[in-house]
Write a protein that binds this ligand. Structure first.
Ligand code: NAD
Length: 355
């Protein structure tokens, strides 16, 4: 039995679905269902008795302690977080609460639970914390990619809150001996990605005939990984990672944002051509850059490749094609997501801006 937190969000839901497709082991899925948590992401496992969904907060110590005592999981994979940089700029409070205080309370509950385990159960237990490359800050054009020993230099309230959570996880290992693993991954893309993030936003806006808002000059470089490759890397770290270690996860796919937008448009031109023959590129609109926008992230994934033999299955070309196809085939998922909290948020925050 494993406990997954944040398993109704983008990466967590992909992880739960892949897990249940591959193993018979039961998943307890603890998710408070913020605007980003969506039960519809888990529709294909509704009724599967290996999946127990619990709506609740990682910061609710009583609830978490009760779940741990009841289900006795052998591992916890912590995806739960506030995850959107723009939102952290508009309102950092929730990021501090969930990413820092929530992770702290979760660690405390896990420490108490693990402290009472005996023998093999205690020895084999793992707490895997899912984090981001954004904790390392921004790279100049020719800097080498982030390794696991790169200094922490977070620049947004989001990345600062994730950095704090990474430090707490590290401290619980060094201070209390908790068997932790931390992964820092590059930008993910793929199915069930909430359309406030670059790739799904571009697909959804393009199809709706809306402007495709690109921040600044569009030359910010990000390193992209197909979400299912992130999930396979997490499974591999859980299985074979060395306790107390950090593993960077990435696909060696550095690309400027504007190239990503062009690729999405090219695929849409091919897969959903417009009647008037226009390219979706004509909808691209440059908008004022995000404050403190990091210029470049790049992950050096050689440690996980060398030590754990993990490699991504998708190239960027195959992954982005699958992603665009998924959005074309799942228009009702998009419509349902947009009818709720997301639309309210976009209307509130993008008034007067192109989005
Ligand atoms: P997401 O925003 O799509 O999902 C987060 C989930 O956590 C949601 O289902 C939400 O309801 C839940 N949640 C939020 N606060 C909670 C709380 N207090 N208690 C319980 N559940 C709560 O995020 P995502 O993109 O799936 O990211 C998952 C994790 O991976 C995050 O920790 C994020 O920092 C990390 N990460 C994301 C990326 C990326 O590109 N998306 C890259 C690297 C790392």
């Amino acid at each position: 039995m494993i406990l997954v937190t944040g398993g109704a969000g983008f990466i967590g839901a992909n992880f739960v679905l892949d897990w249940l497709a591959q193993f018979d082991e039961t998943v307890i899925n603890l998710d408070v269902l913020t605007y980003a948590g969506n039960r519809e992401n888990l529709a294909s496992v509704a009724g599967d008795e290996r999946h127990h969904f619990v709506q609740g907060d990682i910061g609710d110590s009583t609830l978490v302690a009760g779940l741990l005592a009841q289900y006795q999981p052998r591992a916890i994979i912590n995806f739960a977080a506030e995850s959107h940089v723009d939102r952290s700029i508009h309102g950092p409070e929730d990021f501090i609460q969930t990413n820092i205080v929530g992770t702290f309370r979760l660690l405390e509950a896990v420490r108490a639970y693990w402290g009472n385990l005996q023998g093999e159960a205690r020895q084999n237990f793992r707490f895997l914390h899912v984090s981001t490359d954004e904790v390392y800050g921004s790279l100049a054009k020719d800097d080498p990619a982030f390794t696991e020993t790169y200094r922490y230099e977070p620049n947004s309230p989001y990345s600062a809150s994730k950095a704090a959570s990474d430090h707490l996880v590290r401290a619980y290992h060094h201070t209390y001996g908790l068997p932790v693993l931390t992964t820092n991954c590059s930008n993910n893309y793929g199915p069930y990605h909430f359309p406030e993030k670059l790739i799904p936003l571009m697909i959804v806006n393009a199809l709706a005939g809306k402007p495709l808002p690109v921040y600044g000059d569009g030359q910010q470089i990000r390193d992209w990984l197909y979400v299912k490759d992130h999930c396979s890397a997490i499974r591999r770290v859980l299985e074979a990672g060395k306790v107390g270690e950090v593993y960077n996860i990435g696909g060696w796919n550095e690309k400027p944002n504007i190239d990503i937008v062009h690729t999405v448009c090219t695929l849409l031109d091919e897969l959903r051509s417009q009647e008037d023959g226009k390219s979706y590129r004509e909808q691209i609109t440059y908008v004022t850059d995000r404050p403190g926008h990091d210029r470049r992230y790049a992950i050096d994934a050689s440690k996980i490749e060398r030590e754990l033999g993990w490699k991504p299955a998708e190239t960027f070309d195959t992954g982005i094609r699958k992603t665009v196809q998924w959005y074309l085939e799942n228009q009702s998922w998009v419509a349902n997501v947009q009818s709720g909290a997301y639309r309210e948020w976009v209307e509130k925050n993008y008034t007067g801006r192109a989005a």
